[in-house]
Design a protein around this ligand. Structure first.
Ligand code: AMP
Length: 543
């Protein structure tokens, strides 16, 4: 082999930080936080503080690769943690505060987090669980002295920790394969699984996110990531925006608040935004009810679940905001596909174009997709034939953290658990989900865990839980159960019991009793039959 003569420049998050600080030092970052309704500073200010955090972390006696967890909403301190931790050669482990306490404890212990950085608003969660987290040596509350809570626990104040440290700390030179961040997916049943990203995967993924094949970020744009920073690194926006020099607007804890989002968009002249359908529903409802507009907004990316047609139409027709559906997973960093209109289809009549507009989209360079039947045969790209969706690329996981299960097949693809079609133009569409989960407001509910909780009730003989359509949350759980004996059990009674076993937001919206549940040949519940049978079921919460 004749090796090329080019530099071995390491694709690290440190290099993204250097670039952003050097080129776009005066660009703004605006955040809503618990202790400041509208905090505003520049990239230069941010990276000066990232330096201070890096210096503070260096004095803690941590070893390379140690995990530093964050439990926080979208704001500037969380951004500082993202960079300060990863650029120090430590792993930024973002935790979803909506997890059921047992799951939260499980992942902190599985990750063996040494330090926990927690938002002021989320601290009460940790206070209750502290003694179940033996690996955690320090807890840092992300606020200033004036807002520090009264607590028995040994905690530190973030602002005090930073004070006095140099603003030009020299971060270590890192190999691009160094682990940078960790995010657990609780998608399927069983234990949550950790996806461990590297600097290289993060940088390549962020480059794809700046490209015009996806978000098309540049320094003229103002991006509002409404997707949580604990959900797949807020779809890379904290990296991609800094790389492109875009202004960032962080909504803090107010992510599903239509009034706050409207105000932020209009006040900060947001041009691009990204989030799950539930968020956009809240925004559109608020705009409609208050007869308001969002004139600066040019495009929204909708991912995490399919984009409803009515949502696309309302954004585009009423507000002149382009909608780009997108698909991805925690395991894929997440960008897998992004929907923008190819010239080959743009002149189609509106009714013929619409089905393409609603698909999950096209893979950007770096992502390769396959759809294969259960025998492993690749299916035609005709928009009709469907198969198990496989994905490969430099920002796709090759295994889970501290888990030996092989997730790559003989052709080098990771099975996504989604069933999809791909059409002649390359647009992928999710048609079904092989994995048995319910997606409510962008967050997973494990139907198996719920079923187990239901069947542990003495009055329930057998139970199946499926997701049924809900206009606000996309899907909500419906229990279909066989009652034991002649008893009765209302949804209220059932939920009063389930509340002790699962998170409140997992509680089913409805229960239907049947004489018998359908089973497949293997004896497993045949959820396909149930999904078909109950696809038009109206939940009480919708009426
Ligand atoms: P997560 O790892 O929590 O981000 O969840 C990833 C899963 O969400 C995917 O495997 C899909 O099942 C689902 N998902 C994400 N985006 C879409 C989309 N555009 N359409 C349908 N399902 C989606």
């Amino acid at each position: 082999m004749l090796t090329g003569n080019m530099m071995d420049f390491q694709l690290t998050i440190n290099s993204v930080m250097r670039h952003g600080r050097t080129l776009y030092g005066q660009q703004e970052i605006v955040s809503v936080t618990a202790d400041n309704p509208l905090h505003r500073y520049t990239y230069e200010d941010a990276f000066a503080r990232v330096s201070q955090l890096g210096s503070a972390l260096a004095k803690m006696g941590l070893s390379a690769g140690d995990r530093v967890a964050t439990l926080a909403w979208n704001d500037y301190r969380h951004l500082e943690a993202y960079y300060g931790i990863s650029c120090s050669g430590l792993v930024c482990h973002t935790i979803n505060p909506r997890l059921f306490p047992e799951q939260l404890v499980y992942i902190v212990n599985h990750a063996e987090d040494k330090v926990l950085m927690v938002d002021l608003l989320l601290f009460p969660l940790i206070e209750k669980l502290r003694d179940k987290m033996p690996t955690v040596e320090r807890i840092i509350i992300m606020t200033d002295e004036a807002h520090m809570p009264q607590t028995e626990l040994n905690v530190e104040c973030y602002e005090t920790l930073l004070a006095g440290h140099p603003t030009d700390f020299t971060f270590p030179e890192l190999d691009e394969k160094t682990a940078s961040s960790l995010c657990y997916t609780s998608g399927t049943t069983g234990e949550p699984k950790g996806v461990l990203y590297s600097h290289r995967s993060t940088v390549l993924h962020a480059m794809a996110c700046t490209s015009s094949a996806s978000f098309g970020l540049n320094s003229r744009h103002t991006m509002m990531p409404v997707v949580p920073m604990f959900h797949v690194n807020a779809w890379s926006m904290p990296y991609a925006c800094i790389m492109a020099g875009s202004k960032i607007v962080f909504p803090g804890p107010k992510m599903a608040d239509g009034a706050v989002l409207t105000q932020l968009i209009n006040h900060e002249k947001v041009t691009l935004a990204a989030g799950v359908p539930t968020i956009w529903l809240a925004l559109l409802n608020y705009l409609r009810e208050n007869n308001l507009t969002v004139d600066s907004l040019q495009a929204v990316t909708i991912g995490g679940a399919a984009t409803p047609r009515s949502m696309l139409e309302e954004f585009e027709q009423t507000h002149k905001v382009t909608v780009n559906p997108a698909w991805g997973m925690t395991e894929t960093s997440p960008l897998g596909t992004f929907n923008s209109v190819r010239p080959e289809i743009e002149n189609l009549p509106a009714d013929e174009l619409m089905p393409y507009r609603l698909k999950a989209g096209l893979p950007p360079y770096g992502v390769e997709l396959s759809i294969r039947n259960p025998e492993g045969i690749e299916q035609p790209r005709d928009g009709k034939s469907f198969g198990n969706l496989g994905i490969k690329g430099p920002w796709v996981a090759s295994q889970y953290y501290r888990n030996d299960t092989n997730i790559i097949d003989d052709k080098g693809f990771m099975d996504t658990g989604d069933i999809a079609t791909i059409d002649q133009y390359g647009y992928m569409q999710i048609t079904d989900r092989a994995k048995d989960v319910i997606k409510s407001g962008g967050e997973w509910i494990s139907s198996i865990d719920l079923e187990n909780a239901c069947t542990s009730h003495p009055k329930i003989a057998e139970a199946a839980v499926i997701g049924v359509y809900h206009p606000k949350w996309d899907e909500r759980p419906l229990v279909i159960a066989v009652i034991a004996g002649d008893d009765t059990l209302s949804i209220e009674e059932l939920n009063a019991y389930l509340e002790k076993h699962v998170a409140k937001w997992w509680l089913p919206d409805d229960v239907v009793y049947v004489d018998e549940l359908p089973h497949a040949a293997t004896g497993k519940l045949d959820k396909k039959v149930l999904r078909e049978q109950f696809k038009d079921h109206t939940l009480p919460s919708e009426q």
